[in-house]
Design a protein around this ligand. Structure first.
Ligand SMILES: [Zn+2]
Length: 120
């Protein structure tokens, strides 16, 4: 199958499971897992173990390559709005006029209407 892909884990082949075993008799070996999809690490790893193995092998290089955080990343009032379920809607009567979602500010705890769901 053409859409099969390999787990990116650097030690995947070393974990001894039935599905990794290939070949027969004089040709026995364990191979990296190959599947159409994986659940871990954005679909790149067959398990959390394999994701951790990859990070242990390549993590430092990857962070240095893409840019190490050298000072705090700061959340301020202006960029702290998050969409949440509107709990007011599920507690109380006559709440049909309320929208399903609101926005809550992580810093100030302020709440406001969620612009893009207001008229839906
Ligand atoms: Zn794996």
């Amino acid at each position: 199958m053409s859409n099969m892909k390999y787990c990116q884990g650097t030690r995947c082949h070393t974990y001894d499971t039935k599905d990794r075993k290939k070949g027969s008799k004089d040709n026995k070996r364990n191979e990296t897992r190959k599947r159409s999809s994986f659940y871990y690490g954005n679909g790149n790893f067959c398990s959390l173990n394999c994701q951790t193995d990859w990070f242990n092998t390549h993590g430092d290089n990857a962070i240095n390559h893409f840019g190490r955080v050298e000072q705090p990343i700061i959340l301020t009032e202006e960029n702290a709005w998050n969409r949440r379920y509107n709990y007011h809607k599920w507690h109380g009567d006559n709440t049909d006029h309320l929208s399903d979602y609101i926005e809550v500010n992580t810093i100030t705890r302020e709440e406001r209407d969620c612009e893009w769901t207001k008229n839906n």
